[in-house]
Structures are given as structure tokens and as C-alpha cells.
Write a protein that binds this ligand. Structure first.
Ligand SMILES: NC(=O)c1ccc[n+]([C@@H]2O[C@H](COP(=O)([O-])OP(=O)(O)OC[C@H]3O[C@@H](n4cnc5c(N)ncnc54)[C@H](OP(=O)(O)O)[C@@H]3O)[C@@H](O)[C@H]2O)c1
Length: 253
């Protein structure tokens, strides 16, 4: 019941980490706004939340479109009257290198960086009213370079800096801003990036063997940390980038 009467917007709630966040916030009685482009998948997430007696507000929107970002804020306020938490989760990766040109850079930056920046600024007046907070879904690739995903790594490094700058700017208003930095998480992201099933399985198996905990995270593992950071239990935590990687990034390669 920690989030009773609190309004939580989750972008990319139609799959993976975003869908898992929706379920853990639903268990804590939050009023949810589920954002994504795929209505059918958003409805599936909403149905999982309904098991906890909630009726999430499903909002089809593309975070690459500026008018859609305005719609997310306006319709949330029309529907629920307030915004307490913004989870900037929508994101994707492309397996491209610098030699492949600038298109991957432009599209990844637009979704993974520009959208959270703009959506946060649009939500800010409402977050100030509620002394709410923002959780950005970053990655351990913010500080571990991977040449086949340069634009993605850059987008997450910049997102971490956005988290820290925003935490300083918003702190005096009582608004906290944090990131979570997952290692590999079993979701659709690599399949959507074009890897076949066999390659995805091999990747996760290698990661499981490399990680000190000998496993990789699921969306729910990330969602529980997001829930903590968004809750009053984390009232002194702001500007942090919280690693969830089963120990992978502390290992020497
Ligand atoms: N899985 C990992 O290993 C991992 C590790 C570290 C960080 N992350 C981060 O976690 C976040 C979630 O990824 P995931 O792993 O859960 O991947 P996923 O299963 O592929 O989910 C991605 C979500 O983002 C949404 N999305 C993408 N582009 C969008 C757009 N333009 N407008 C609105 N929604 C959009 C998708 O919704 P629609 O298709 O409905 O639009 C989907 O709900 C991303 O920011 C990712 O970078 C993932």
C-alpha cells in the first residue's frame, strides 16, 4: 500500500523491465499510467495489474514524438489529477558501429536520451507539487564501453549525467532523481535488436557464467529496486546510479 493514491507513469510498460515495474507498483497500490506504442502488449500488462485490483490508464504514445510526450503529461493530469513518479524506461539498442554512419546515433539518442529529458521537463511542475521523483532506466553500459553498441553506451552515459544534473537542479524543490543501471536482463531487447534466439541464449549463458552470482537478472529484479528508489524509504537518495548486474561489472575482463 506504499503507493496508495500515488500516480506513477511508466514508459515502455508494454514489455520487459517496464511491464515488470508496472506489476510491482500495482502490488503497492499505485495509480498507473502505462505508456508504449503497442496497444495489445500494454493491455496485457494492464490485465496483470488488474489482478491487484487496479485499473491502469493505458496510453498509446511514441516517446520520439514531441506531441505524444505532451499528451502523456496532459492526459495523466486530466485522468488522475497529479504525477508522483516518472519512470523513464522506454529504450532500445542497435548493433551498429561508428563506421556504419550517424543514423543509429540519431535514433538511439532520440529515444533513450532526448525523450527522458523532455518528458521529465514537462512533468516537472507536477512533480514539484507532489515532491515526487524520477527513476531513469540506464545500464552498466553507461560505463562499460561496447564497440558494437557505441550509440547505446553513449546514450546511457549521458542519461546518468542527466540524472545527476537533474538531481542538483530539482533537489531544492524536494524532487529526487535516480537511475538504475542493469546488466543483462532477460527481455525482448536483444531480439528486437536483430539477434536470433540462439545468439540471445548464448549471450545470456555467457553472462551467467561470467557474473559472480552466476546468474542474470529478470525484469522483476530491476523493478524491485526501481520501487525502492521511488518510495519514501529512499527519501535521502538522489543523483544515484544504482547497479543491478549480479556483480558483472566489478569483475576484471
Ligand atoms: N534488457 C537488458 O539487458 C537491459 C539492460 C540495461 C538496461 N536496459 C534498459 O531497460 C529499458 C527497457 O528495456 P527492456 O530490456 O525491457 O526491453 P524491451 O523488452 O524491448 O522493452 C522496451 C520497451 O520500450 C518501449 N519503447 C521503445 N521505443 C519506444 C518509443 N519510441 N515510444 C514508446 N515506447 C517505446 C517498448 O514499447 P513499444 O514496443 O510498445 O513501443 C517496450 O515496452 C531500456 O531503456 C533499456 O535500455 C535493458
Amino acid at each position: 500500500m506504499v503507493f496508495k493514491n500515488k500516480v506513477v507513469i511508466i514508459t515502455g510498460a508494454s514489455s520487459g523491465i517496464g511491464a515488470a515495474c508496472a506489476v510491482v507498483f500495482a502490488k503497492s497500490s499505485a495509480k498507473l499510467v502505462l505508456v508504449g506504442r503497442n496497444f495489445d502488449n500494454l493491455t496485457k500488462t494492464a490485465n496483470m495489474c488488474k489482478k491487484f485490483g487496479l485499473h491502469p490508464f493505458v496510453l498509446v504514445a511514441d516517446v520520439n514524438i514531441e506531441d505524444d510526450l505532451k499528451k502523456i503529461v496532459d492526459e495523466t493530469v486530466q485522468h488522475f489529477g497529479r504525477i508522483d513518479v516518472l519512470v523513464n524506461n522506454a529504450g532500445f539498442t542497435i548493433l551498429k558501429e561508428i563506421k556504419d554512419g550517424v543514423d543509429a546515433f540519431d535514433s538511439v539518442m532520440r529515444t533513450n536520451l532526448r525523450a527522458p529529458y523532455l518528458l521529465t521537463s514537462l512533468a516537472l511542475p507536477y512533480l514539484i507539487k507532489t515532491k515526487g521523483n524520477v527513476v531513469n532506466i540506464s545500464s552498466i553500459l553507461a560505463y562499460r564501453p561496447l564497440a558494437t553498441m557505441t550509440a547505446y553506451c553513449m546514450s546511457k552515459a549521458a542519461l546518468d549525467m542527466f540524472t545527476k544534473c537533474a538531481a542538483i537542479e530539482f533537489g531544492p524543490h524536494g524532487v529526487r532523481v535516480n537511475s538504475v543501471n542493469p546488466g543483462p536482463v532477460k527481455t525482448q531487447i536483444f531480439k528486437s535488436a536483430g539477434l536470433n534466439e540462439e545468439a540471445v541464449e548464448m549471450f545470456f549463458s555467457n553472462m551467467e557464467q561470467s557474473a559472480p552470482l552466476q546468474k542474470v537478472a529478470y525484469g522483476e529484479d530491476v523493478a524491485e529496486v526501481v520501487l525502492f528508489l521511488a518510495s519514501d524509504k529512499a527519501s535521502c537518495v538522489t543523483g544515484s546510479c544504482y547497479q543491478i548486474d549480479c556483480g558483472l561489472s566489478i569483475k576484471q575482463t
